[in-house]
Ligand binder design. Structure first.
Ligand SMILES: Cc1cc2nc3c(=O)[nH]c(=O)nc-3n(C[C@H](O)[C@H](O)[C@H](O)COP(=O)(O)O)c2cc1C
Length: 327
């Protein structure tokens, strides 16, 4: 059977499968897919929402937006184009999107490269090397983000210091909040649902000496980090014009688009979301971008330390738990 002859349901089921590789806050994978003969529906799974740190579901929705974009990338890699309807059912806010298929586009090398990046992309919490990401690569990542209707603001050195202060403050507040500490410990610990969460192997063995502190994941992991200091890192804020679920979904798609582009160009991406979780630091970031829009996520961009081995891939839930194929 040629790609052009494959039934829509099979194309969409493969897209749902690929979407499972998407990044999500604390690797919660807060999504569920329903595949029918002609549509793929995306639902939020509130059981895997961070109720303490993310009560409004902002980061849950950003994570689902990343999965949605991964699905669209997988559709394109099968020579088809996707039509996405965000929030298709006003009566059900957890029904985040519906994907349908439009015409046959043929499989382009660009679509295949993008699809390959889905399997390669990962979060690297080691300090970046002293070789910065090139201006061309950063511009390409910004364009990929902008294509999804979101802006990427690269912070000036002074703004990086403001970010560092905000990140320290957010971590301190989180550490002092018992509920948030317990929630983070759950997604880091042995009791988390199998196939989710943050394993030891991807968390640094000792806190890297960086200007902007990475998230404190309760206890050290086993990932080896070099002496790098992140001096060559670029920090950026993803922001846009609104602060509603539709905007968060778009921000997630933009995160995925930027991250897959970065992966193709050899640039590592590390998200920082504690500054988004806390209202006061989210507001501080808003001032950093002169109230031009609402911040959705901070990312660090750089090139990987060639001296130490990178982290392994994090686990994923079995497809049977996240994908329902309707009769
Ligand atoms: C919305 C969002 C927020 C995230 N926030 C952080 C963060 O604050 N610190 C961090 O180290 N990783 C963060 N991550 C990365 C996730 O922990 C990571 O995507 C997840 O563990 C899956 O691992 P992988 O990206 O290597 O596939 C975030 C990811 C997303 C999508």
């Amino acid at each position: 059977m040629t790609d052009a002859e494959r039934p829509a349901g099979a194309v969409l089921a493969e897209a749902a499968d690929a979407a499972g590789y998407a990044p999500s806050v604390h690797n919660t994978q807060p999504w569920r897919w329903r595949v029918t003969a002609d549509a793929l529906d995306l639902y939020a799974v509130r059981d895997r929402q961070l109720r303490a740190a993310d009560a409004e579901g902002r980061l849950l929705t950003v994570s689902c937006g990343a999965a949605l974009h991964h699905a669209v990338v997988a559709v394109a890699a099968q020579g088809r184009s996707a039509v996405v309807t965000p929030l298709p059912d006003p009566a059900d806010p957890d029904h985040l999107a519906r994907i349908g298929l439009a015409g046959h586009t043929g499989v382009t090398p660009e679509a295949m490269r993008r699809f390959q990046a889905v399997r390669l992309r990962h979060t690297d919490r080691r300090p970046v090397s002293d070789t910065p990401a090139s201006p061309e690569a950063i511009a390409a990542i910004g364009q990929a983000v902008a294509a999804e209707g979101i802006q990427l603001h690269i912070l000036t050195p002074d703004q990086v210091l403001e970010l560092a202060a905000a990140a320290s403050h957010a971590d301190q507040v989180e550490a002092e909040d018992e509920e948030q500490r317990a929630e983070l410990a759950y997604w880091r610990g042995g009791d988390r649902p199998a196939g989710t969460g943050i394993p030891d192997e991807v968390v640094p063995g000792q806190a890297p000496q960086t200007t902007v502190p990475g998230r404190d994941f309760v206890r050290a992991g086993t990932l080896t980090v070099g002496p790098g200091h992140d001096r060559a890192a670029s920090y950026a804020i993803l922001y846009g014009p609104g602060d509603e679920p539709a905007d968060w979904l778009r921000a997630g798609a933009a995160l995925s688009a930027g991250w897959l582009t970065a992966t193709e160009l050899g640039v590592t991406v590390l998200p920082f979301s504690s500054v988004i979780e806390l209202p006061s630091t989210r507001q501080a970031l808003r001032s950093v971008i002169s109230n031009l829009g609402y911040p959705y996520l901070v990312v660090r961009l750089g090139t990987a330390d060639p001296e130490t081995a990178g982290p392994p891939h994090t686990p994923r839930l079995p497809a049977a738990q996240t994908i329902e194929v309707a009769g």
